[in-house]
Design a protein around this ligand. Sequence first.
Ligand SMILES: CCCCCCCCCC(=O)SCCNC(=O)CCNC(=O)[C@H](O)C(C)(C)COP(=O)(O)OP(=O)(O)OC[C@H]1O[C@@H](n2cnc3c(N)ncnc32)[C@H](O)[C@@H]1OP(=O)(O)O
Length: 295
Amino acid sequence: MLRHGLQVTRVFCQTVLHTVSARPLRSAILRLIPRTALLPWLSSRAVSVSEWPLLSSPPRDYSLPNPSWSTEMRRLYEYYDSLCEKEMEGGEKKPGGWGRLPSYNRTLKYAAGGKCLSKLLKEKARLFTRNTEEQGAAFEYVVFMNKSEKRCVCIFQAGHLLEGPPGNVHGGAIATIIDTSLGTLAGYLSGIVMTANLNINYCSPIPLGSVVLIDSVLDKVEGRKTFVSCQVTSSDGSKLHTEATGNAVAGLPIPRQSQHATLKKKMSNTHRHLKHTFHGRLNPSFAYFKVCFPC
Ligand SMILES: CCCCCCCCCC(=O)SCCNC(=O)CCNC(=O)[C@H](O)C(C)(C)COP(=O)(O)OP(=O)(O)OC[C@H]1O[C@@H](n2cnc3c(N)ncnc32)[C@H](O)[C@@H]1OP(=O)(O)O
């Protein structure tokens, strides 16, 4: 009965909030409806949560330690995390230090793209590498960025769903985490990018369940192209598993004149959502989106 009531309330709220666009009226409605009735819906919508001061909470950060992390994964996390902390001693951030990047946030589901998906499906979109609910089953990783060295290190623990050859990680899964690491570095340095080219040499298999380091560096920037490369090694650095080079092209392809107005509107919506979600405090992993939208 209670569940049915909540469902009815949820559908009602969705209908009202989707149709009522005027902000003052929308805020008034939000104040009138009991907060608990909206919890299930709000929990999946960071944008609306921000309009509700008491319920405001940061989106889930998948790059923080969880019980599935092995001792080695935690050890490496703590090592790089301690480098970040040392740099922040005295309340000031010294240049040249490391910083942990929080996981990608789907606030950008409102950006251009996903044209063929219904709005409902778009809202459910998740970053490919973060799409498994079971902790430790697939990609467990965290990225630490060193901006002054133009380098990032990704600590990656490969879960049992990533099996390719028996007992080892699938080459496509390795390519995915490499693309993510290189894309994150290129995006951090050059603004929003698309991987244009990725070359991978698989040198030795990565055992399932093991922890590896993906050390990515900037090679050069030429116009819109950012050339990056990485090495995937065992956690102690003694064994080379994979090496790769990539070329990421900054900026979105320039839309044709007829598409320009629609894209511009979408982008302005995205900026509005970002502003309301984070109250203008964009974290490093979002900062690049500010710069790069072409309109
Ligand atoms: C915190 C967030 C973390 C998120 C991490 C996730 C990272 C995931 C990264 C990805 O997986 S991206 C998805 C896979 N990539 C794609 O789907 C890209 C598909 N390709 C495109 O969209 C376009 O081809 C592209 C944007 C890459 C380039 O199109 P443009 O029309 O903007 O560029 P244009 O063709 O004018 O070329 C610009 C330059 O790039 C070069 N270029 C383009 N495609 C290339 C290619 N394939 N290989 C090498 N170079 C290429 C091209 O030669 C040229 O060089 P020059 O300036 O020197 O003339």
